[in-house]
Design a protein around this ligand. Structure first.
Ligand code: NAD
Length: 490
């Protein structure tokens, strides 16, 4: 029997009003995991109404008491990490260890949000003129929502949700329709928190659900993470509807290798960055820029390390790389590889058509590396979001930075070098929101904002840390007059 996923609204599991449904498929073996509602504006209207009602009393609870729920939330995730990781791997294909790592990242965000009593503190000036004080207070916005992508079914909602509710907002999570079971299970587990009904809600679906969120007048702020095309649409539509929006988009992350880089760590880190999560990470290295003689030292070693990676079902021990998310994605990636070759790239490692015994219906592509990639080629300019690494060569660090700065994306840029001067120049000049020095995935810890520039981000305040707190609060400036005779004599 098909397992139809339910929405979670006002503390109850409710059937969607949607009349159409989508299959949720295990990308490793093609099996049906569940069925998710395609989306309905009625579901969003109900969730927003209930969340808005719950907001009236939730905002009155002191922050010191609201965070007590977050302490429990952290424990629930930790206690159930194995089960959540198993579901996550079945739905999105990454390895079990990768799934566990993203749960850890979610937990780190809850921990930071637990500091909300301190994070909400503000400024106070006594006697701006005699007997008058002025100060800022931070208040919640109302109801917020996040719309998340498939590649981190656990972590990404936690870049926003714990901060939003800790600040006194109520919240709606809209998981990716490709991986909706993971967040559904998390919501089941979170019932143990006994949050007041309506504080935390979940609505399933795709575009129709998203459009209803963008239009609902009871939703004040939206956090989005996904492809650039949709991020731009969310930003433009949300802002024109008067909402506060932060929209993180796609990426094409370059890694510069200087000739003096440490050979062993550089090769290991770059291959892990490019092929971890089958390249389906917004911070995955997808373009290596070899400077000067670096190409001679590093290219062969990177190809050998990538070729040794074991591809298969992420639940099987020893597997280092899982499948890509869908058949369509697999076909698209294979098409981009072929396009790159047609444009003159050299095929250094070919992962197309790999077979994983017993998993013939899985969406597997092995690590693939193209050398001498044309800058005019689609594969050079597009986010591939698969296990494909392109390599180009330049003469100088300046040339490399110029290439990076020409890109329309700006999620991350990394450099591998032993030279402090080169690293410092790179850090200063590279136009990217997250920069790594001898780091492959420049993913900020929860107590830093998840930056992102150019077409990798639309908005002003990012996810995580104090940015999330600022995003989910509005400042009120208060000026108070207390005459001398009222305030100093009693
Ligand atoms: P996606 O844009 O297809 O979907 C993301 C969300 O948007 C989903 O919840 C989906 O239901 C919704 N959506 C899809 N099409 C829509 C439309 N036309 N109108 C309204 N809503 C729509 O992204 P994806 O394939 O799930 O995820 C991969 C993308 O996410 C990659 O581009 C990756 O770089 C990006 N990503 C970015 C970051 C970051 O921090 N910048 C992090 C993770 C993933």
């Amino acid at each position: 029997m098909k397992h139809i996923l339910l929405n979670y609204i006002n503390g109850e599991w409710i059937e969607s009003k949607s009349s159409s449904f989508l299959d949720v498929i295990n990308p490793s073996d093609g099996s049906l995991l569940s069925v998710v509602p395609a989306g309905s504006a009625d579901d969003v209207a109900l969730a927003a109404e209930k969340a808005h009602q719950a907001y009236q009393s939730w905002r009155e609870i002191p922050a010191t008491q609201r965070v007590q729920y977050l302490f429990k939330m952290k424990l629930v995730l930790e206690k159930n990490a194995e089960e959540i990781a198993t579901i996550c791997t079945k739905e999105c294909g990454k390895t079990f260890l990768e799934s566990k790592a993203e749960i850890l990242r979610a937990v780190e965000n809850i921990e930071v949000a637990c500091g909300i009593p301190k994070l909400l503190q503000s400024e106070f000036s006594e006697d701006i003129t005699k007997g008058i004080d002025e100060f800022v207070i931070r208040q919640p916005l109302g109801t917020g929502a996040c719309i998340t992508p498939f590649n981190f079914p656990v972590m990404i909602a936690f870049w926003f949700m714990p901060y939003a509710i800790a600040c006194g907002n109520t919240y709606i999570v809209k998981p990716s329709e490709k991986v909706p079971g993971t967040m559904t299970r998390i919501f089941e587990l979170l019932e143990e928190l006994n949050l007041p009904p309506g504080v935390l809600n979940m609505v399933h679906g795709g575009k129709e659900t998203v459009d209803a969120i963008l239009q609902n007048p009871k939703i004040s702020a939206i956090s989005f993470v996904g492809s650039t095309r949709v991020a731009k649409y969310i930003y433009q539509t949300g802002v024109s509807n008067g909402k506060r929006i932060q929209a993180q988009g796609g990426a094409k992350n370059p890694v510069v290798v200087m000739p003096d880089a440490d050979p062993d760590t550089t090769v290991k880190i770059i291959t892990d960055s490019a092929f971890g999560c089958a390249g389906q990470r917004c911070l995955a290295a997808s373009l290596v820029i070899m400077v000067g003689e670096a190409g001679k030292t590093f290219t062969e070693k990177i190809v050998a390390a990538a070729g040794a990676k074991k591809t298969g079902d992420g639940l099987v021990e020893g597997v280092e790389m899982g499948p890509v998310i869908t058949r369509e994605s697999m076909a698209r990636i294979n098409g981009l590889i072929q396009g790159g070759l047609d444009d003159g790239a050299h095929l250094l490692l070919d992962g197309r058509n790999i077979k994983v015994p017993g998993l013939e219906s899985g969406n597997f592509i092995g690590p693939t590396i193209l050398g001498n990639v044309s800058q005019e080629s689609e594969i050079y300019n597009t986010e591939v979001f698969g296990p494909v690494l392109c390599i180009v060569n330049t003469e100088t660090l300046d040339d490399s930075i110029e290439l990076i700065n020409r890109s329309r994306f700006g999620n991350s840029a990394c450099i591998f070098t032993r030279s402090g001067a080169a690293a410092r120049k790179f850090r200063h000049d590279a136009l990217a929101g997250n920069v790594g020095i001898n780091i492959g995935i420049a993913a900020p810890m929860a107590f830093f904002p998840f930056s992102g520039w150019k077409e990798s981000f639309f908005g002003d305040l990012h996810g995580q840390s104090n940015h999330a707190v600022e995003f989910y609060t509005q400042t009120k400036v208060v000026i108070e007059r207390w005459h001398d005779e009222w305030s100093r004599k009693f």
